[in-house]
Design a protein around this ligand. Sequence first.
Ligand code: S1T
Ligand code: MG
Length: 554
Amino acid sequence: MNNQGVLAERLLHALRDYGATEVFGIPGDFALPFFKVMEESAILPLHTLSHEPGVGFAADAAARINRGLGVAAVTYGAGALNLINTVACAYAERSPLVVISGAPSRSEQIEGLVLHHQTRTLNSQYRMFEEITCAQTRLDDPEKAPQEIARVLRACRDHALPVYIELPRDMVSVPCGSVPLLAPAQADPAAVAECAEEILTRLRQAAQPVLMVDAEVRRYDCEAAVAALARRLGLPVVTTFMGRGVLGGHGLPALDTYLGAASHPQVRDLVEGADFLLLFGVIPSDTNFAEPRERLELRSACHVLGRAVRIGHHHYHSIPLPDLLAALLTRLGDAPEQPVPQGHVTYARGLPQDQQGVAPSDIACALNDAFAVYGPMPIASDIGDCMFTAMEIDHGALVGPGFYATMGFGVPAGLGVQAASGQRPVILVGDGAFQMTGWELGNCRHNGWNPIVIVLNNRSWEMLRAFQPASRFNDLSDWHFADLSPALGGRGQRVQTRAELKAALDRAITDPQKGQFDLIEVMIEPGCRSVTLTRFVEGISQARAKAAAAMAAE
Ligand code: S1T
Ligand code: MG
């Protein structure tokens, strides 16, 4: 064994080798020794934030934008348990997030006493994380640590799911061997071949096949292969709500997004009229599929998700998406490319510069205008009308909690996007969500970040109001976010009209200052919703009414 390195350094090198580009974290006494090694070794950049939910969301978004591993480093108990919701989000949305929690040493356990940050037993935290991670380890044996780290990081990468590493504070500086870089778990080539054949047979039999893509296609770095497949087969391609942004920049025509009952009518006809749906990475969620018209034939579809493939009643296990795509493309040989049908939706351009109040869809139009002039920017969105508004922006890089739908994601995710990609992002966030994690913008200054933050300030939990208009608790007060900006180290502008919106956006884009965020607080009347959210609410309400009527008739 090579004893030159200490465990914490071995872990950091391994994180880098397996695809991490930085660490987000907040220290605590159980994590101080690890943070000291992170800072002094500088193996990976360390970005500290203010609250663990911000750490988790930023690390998750870094993984999403870079197709690498995100890393969140925290202290035991109060720190790690504050991460739970963000790790649950990463699990639900299949993002490879590595949680590293400091922990007490075994020698600290004193008969009859509990340690601070302890809940029930010293194992309670480990057990809580078991539920929301695909692999776990406690690094309490330096002999086994290299294999354990490799096992857990490979699982993180192979499954694109979070993992949990507990690092007792007395283990940080013990000598430790280097961590092997394991190849991805191998698939059975015969199973992959049979699966590929079956998919191609089904495709040949289908008159109107449709390919639907979700985030996993990007997690596994398969966008180019999927685009090639679509071109070989001339398949129409749509994304899910979650998968919006996938395949952007891969030479396909503008992609539509299927949103169940909230879809654009022509997109709905295309998907629900398909006789064979090829679903790559699509999470079979209620947002995607709960309210289709009767025609949607999910039973005969082909689902490729989480290394499993289901075609009708046939199940294939351990089929990695990259292997499957390679097998499909090989079988198609050098079949000539065919035109991929153009999407149906056109994205609004040319926002009038007038004195009218701003509606959410105007923000989409303003961004389409700006991106056409200055080039596209990656978008980090929260959940709320901002995410529906994002569906009205030209297809491009987007991270957002489209399935798990946790608020608080947008601002820290934007910071993670900038840290990991080096690109200046646009953050879209509602006032309610900004109240949760907007403070993290105060960390832009010391980290050199300068996102453009668009706060949709409708003084409302508008998505909730849309479903339950009578409740007064959905009214929020006016927090004047633009006025808070200078105190946090940024520039703030509050805009009321469409002319002001365009001017503010132009200013923010054309005058970037390192370490200084630009916050544009867009005042929107409560009750004024994006075209897409309006369609979503109508579609779901109609479907629910229909289901209730059917129940009553039984
Ligand atoms: N808490 C968390 C962490 N995530 C949530 N999604 C919710 C609560 C429930 C919830 C919504 S939408 C919403 C809440 C409270 C209101 C969002 O308000 P705001 O950010 O101002 O956006 P907008 O006014 O555009 O709706 C979900 C989806 O159930
Ligand atoms: Mg709001």
